[in-house]
Design a protein around this ligand. Structure first.
Ligand code: S3P
Length: 168
């Protein structure tokens, strides 16, 4: 098995689905944001605030090279902008978790820790800018994906089943 790489917009559920998929497949889940946080010993929002977005994107590129060279058989959840790394397709099979902007924001706002979910994502602080980013990215996500899964109104269990079906 090659790695499975989950891409998609902030808040769509890449982390949660990645962990559940890894458990289901009996392998390990890696989360790019977690790896970058531990590499920098800082939270994502601190990295953005202290060093800026450009630095963060460079770190994502370095991580992508590390993953391509060193990781096999894992489920990798990416941050929403990670898909732009030049070697994405060399890391593994790309699965795009698709939704629409309003559904994503509604899901975040109705979760018990909504404030925390918004506060940890610098690019969600301005909703108008975030929607523009979404509209620009959605076509790019889909173009890169080997498999696109519409996650709207689906349970995590159904999403996992659909991913596994798509991988066969
Ligand atoms: C980002 C998404 C975030 C995180 C960073 C930038 C983006 O990850 O990598 O805040 O550019 O969309 P999530 O997609 O897990 O929120």
């Amino acid at each position: 098995m090659k790695n499975i790489v989950l891409i998609g917009f902030m808040g769509v559920g890449k982390g949660r689905i990645g962990r559940e998929l890894a458990k289901n497949l009996g392998t390990f889940a890696l989360d790019c944001d977690d790896l970058l946080q531990s590499a920098n010993n800082a939270k994502i929002k601190e990295i953005f605030a202290e060093f800026g977005e450009e630095y963060f994107r460079k770190q994502e590129k370095n991580l992508a090279i590390f993953l391509e060279k060193n990781v096999k058989n894992a489920v990798i959840s990416t941050g929403g902008g990670f898909y732009r790394v030049p070697n994405l397709k060399k890391i593994g099979k790309i699965i795009y978790l698709k939704s629409d902007f309003e559904s994503i924001i509604n899901a975040i706002n109705s979760s018990p820790n909504a404030q925390k979910k918004i506060a940890k994502r610098p690019l969600l602080s301005n909703l108008t800018a975030a929607k523009e980013l979404f509209l620009k990215r959605e076509k790019e996500y889909e173009a890169l994906a080997n498999i696109t899964i519409d996650v709207r109104k689906k349970s995590t269990k159904d999403i996992i089943l659909q991913i596994k079906k798509g991988l066969k």
